[in-house]
Design a protein around this ligand. Structure first.
Ligand code: IMP
Length: 177
């Protein structure tokens, strides 16, 4: 993979403005519910979660979960594997799953099923990016930052084989780069 900066798909300022809007909407929706637990899906959601969580105006706590399905390639293996479960108790609590991107929908479907077994009060989902053209399983995404095409994207937490996670914007790469 070349080290050239990938072309910009979504700029830093567009991301910041959208994250602010999402935080405002989530804060309003959970205003009277209390006790929201944000579950960030590692590794890709760590930057989005950091920015989103700091802009919420409601009480919230942070958990992380780690799954794997791509195993360093840009083609989903189809099977989602749990790498690290949440540490805290989420029983009876309102859960918001925070994902970097929803592609086929398999990861989110797996996570919802898995977290439901912990007995939360509710589960909603938030994804910075969504590839609607790649859907293989339908899952409800309650909060979406941007819909994009089928291209592979990197930056703002997302990688291609661990490259470009810390790029400040969302860029496009061809898997052959
Ligand atoms: P899904 O299970 O196919 O919906 O894939 C979800 C996961 O695949 C995301 O959490 C990402 O880790 C990864 N993924 C899918 N598309 C991309 C992309 O374009 N760039 C980086 N990661 C991606």
């Amino acid at each position: 993979m070349s080290d050239a900066a990938p072309p910009v798909l979504i700029s830093e300022s567009e991301i910041a403005a959208r994250v602010e809007e999402l935080a405002r909407q989530i804060s309003a929706d959970y205003q009277d519910k209390g006790d929201l637990v944000l579950i960030g899906v590692l590794k890709g959601a760590f930057i989005f979660l950091a920015d989103l969580s700091r802009q919420l105006t409601i009480p919230r706590t942070i958990e992380f979960i780690a799954v794997s399905s791509y195993e360093n390639s840009s083609v989903s293996s189809g099977a989602v594997r749990l790498v690290m479960d949440v540490r805290g108790n989420i029983e009876g609590r309102h859960v918001l799953i925070v994902e970097d991107i929803v592609d086929t929908g398999r990861t989110l479907e797996y996570l919802i099923g898995m977290l439901e077994s912990h007995g939360p009060a509710s589960i909603r989902t938030c994804a910075l990016l969504h590839k609607p053209g790649s859907t293989e399983v339908e899952v409800d995404i309650n909060y979406v930052g941007f819909g994009i095409g089928g291209e592979w994207v990197v930056g703002y937490g997302l990688d291609y084989a661990e490259h470009n996670r810390t790029l400040p914007y969302i860029g496009k790469v061809k898997p052959s780069d």
